[in-house]
Design a protein around this ligand. Structure first.
Ligand SMILES: NC(=O)c1ccc[n+]([C@@H]2O[C@H](COP(=O)([O-])OP(=O)(O)OC[C@H]3O[C@@H](n4cnc5c(N)ncnc54)[C@H](OP(=O)(O)O)[C@@H]3O)[C@@H](O)[C@H]2O)c1
Length: 232
């Protein structure tokens, strides 16, 4: 799809969660290479290896850490143009009846409650300027119409919730200049995706990083894959 995006992100500030490895590290590198100041969310800041990234301690299950992270960006830069809710965990191929409740809680806390609460605290900074972007890294497994069976119930439901957050943000804040979108990166060779996956981390990062460069007037409130809008 042809849309008008920023080629340079000079002067802009981004926060990417789960930027220690995999798709998040590739998104952070792309935005940084385009000139953005990129805060790289990590449970352990020492795990951030990308050059020029600013490690930022974020455990999505720790509300105080989310508050502290947003406050640090506000103190240091006073703006936030891009929030990429990328960090996530996968449950397992077990069906719901066999899934430990602790796994359900951990998956929903990390993949859904964490981004919801982080976005809540980031919104005042994001809304400071027209045209800020929220990119939610979702999954085709979120689809309500697709292959909804066969394990990973907490993961699927967490990503359906993340898609719902995307639609909510667009309905609530789209007219105030926020550009919120969700993306499926495709099956990607990471710790989560495994070695047999089809795509490199850079290929998985392509659509989320592209959405992070959207300008005002670009489509918003949509679910994307391979730079095309797909069904929720
Ligand atoms: N790979 C795929 O095939 C695929 C397909 C569809 C969607 N996705 C989505 O793409 C996103 C990135 O996945 P990936 O494949 O790059 O996974 P990954 O290599 O396993 O990386 C996951 C990242 O999330 C972070 N994380 C996990 N729990 C966290 C928590 N409680 N607080 C903060 N950060 C936490 C990890 O940080 P630590 O270094 O601290 O562990 C790591 O940086 C996920 O949302 C995933 O659901 C992936």
């Amino acid at each position: 799809m042809e849309v008008e995006t920023y080629n340079s992100l000079g002067g802009q500030v981004a926060l990417v969660t789960g930027a220690t490895r995999g798709i998040g590290a590739a998104i952070a590198a792309d935005l940084s290479n385009r000139g953005a100041t990129v805060y790289a969310g990590a449970r352990n800041p020492e795990d951030v290896t990308g050059p020029a990234l600013r490690p930022l301690e974020i455990d999505l299950t720790d509300e105080d850490a989310l508050v502290d992270a947003v406050n640090r960006i506000d103190d240091e830069k006073g703006r936030l143009d891009i929030l990429v809710n990328n960090a996530g965990v996968m449950d397992s191929r077990s069906a719901l009846a066999e899934m430990p409740t602790t796994v359900i809680d951990d998956t929903l806390d990390t993949n859904l409650r964490g981004p919801l609460v982080l976005t809540k605290y980031a919104l005042p900074l994001l809304l400071w300027r027209d045209g800020s972007r929220v990119v939610n890294v979702s999954s085709a497994l979120a689809s309500l119409r697709g292959d909804a069976g066969r394990g990973m119930p907490a993961y699927r439901i967490s990503k359906s919730g993340l898609n719902a957050l995307t639609a909510y943000l667009d309905a609530e804040y789209g007219d105030q200049g926020l550009i919120a979108n969700a993306a499926c990166p495709g099956w990607t060779r990471t710790e989560m995706g495994g070695p047999d996956a089809e795509r490199s981390p850079e290929e998985g990062a392509d659509t989320p990083a592209w959405l992070a460069r959207f300008k005002l007037g670009c489509p918003r409130g949509q679910f994307w894959r391979d730079r095309q809008i797909i069904d929720w």
